[in-house]
Design a protein around this ligand. Structure first.
Ligand code: PLP
Length: 251
């Protein structure tokens, strides 16, 4: 059985973060290993506090997890600081497993999860290690210090701009856009852009970004091609998560 190493923070509400990631992997019959980056105190509607795990402890967890040779992919979620971003990049340096990097910057419950210095470190140190970067529209805009894109042309431009910063592929998620369909844009060098469409959920669902990135990592760990892993993950999130009664709505 393949396994995914999840590098992420906990969310006491259970809506997002590590709980959502592990639940997703269990549903997809993939083993989960973990490196905890933070303990957050939040409900679905209120963000109260973050307790960051020291960078050295995050590194040590990653090193220990990677001694398990079943790890076929890494999913990175919440990182708390530039020091932790650098520690994660260093801990993954010697490994060649695919990395899905979800640039989690804020929680819909109201908290900032990674500040400006952390964002810069993520662009410099982790983006070049990412097999796939999975920003939503506000995250892509924040990483590029540009206004959020709305139209397809501008969304594709921002995805390409992030690709140019060093990620091997970028999946810009259109869930925060408008229109009947939620379209995600997959760009990678040497491939035409791939558009992934699904009916838009009536309201934002907590943890759907976590679940999507984790489901993609599960596909990659099982040896599925990146484009196909993205398609399967989108089908999974749209079907099993958004319409199955598991949904936790954002405020
Ligand atoms: N809290 C933690 C610990 C997370 O890792 C994430 C997303 O990765 C969030 C909150 C974001 O939650 P939401 O989907 O409600 O924005």
């Amino acid at each position: 059985m393949s396994a995914v190493l999840v590098i992420a923070g906990t969310d006491s509400s259970g809506g997002a973060g590590l709980t959502r990631d592990v639940h997703t992997l269990a549903q997809l019959r993939c083993e989960a290993l973990c490196a905890v980056t933070a303990v957050t105190v939040q409900t679905d509607t209120r963000f109260a506090d973050t307790h960051a795990v020291p960078a050295a402890v995050v590194s040590a967890q990653i090193a220990a997890a990677l001694t398990n040779h079943a790890v076929g992919a890494v999913k990175i979620g919440m990182l708390t600081s530039a020091a932790v971003v650098r520690a994660v990049a260093a801990a993954l340096e010697a490994s060649s497993v695919p990395v899905v990097l979800d640039p989690v910057l804020a929680s819909s419950s109201g908290g900032t999860l990674l500040g400006e210095e952390g964002r810069q470190a993520l662009l410099e140190c982790l983006l070049p290690r990412a097999t796939l970067l999975t920003p939503n529209i506000p995250e892509a805009a924040a990483l590029l210090s540009r206004p959020p894109a709305q139209e397809q042309k501008a969304l594709l431009e921002q995805a390409q701009a992030l690709l140019a910063r060093g990620a091997a592929a970028v999946l810009l998620k259109g869930g925060h856009g408008s229109g009947a369909q939620a379209t995600d844009y997959l760009v990678r060098a040497g491939h035409p852009p791939q558009l992934l469409r699904a009916p838009r959920a009536p309201r934002a669902v907590r943890g759907s970004g976590c679940a999507l990135a984790t489901a993609i990592a599960a596909g990659l760990a099982a040896g599925v091609d990146l484009g196909e892993a993205c398609v399967r993950a989108k089908v999974y999130v749209t079907g099993r998560f958004q319409h199955s009664g598991e949904q936790r709505l954002s405020p």
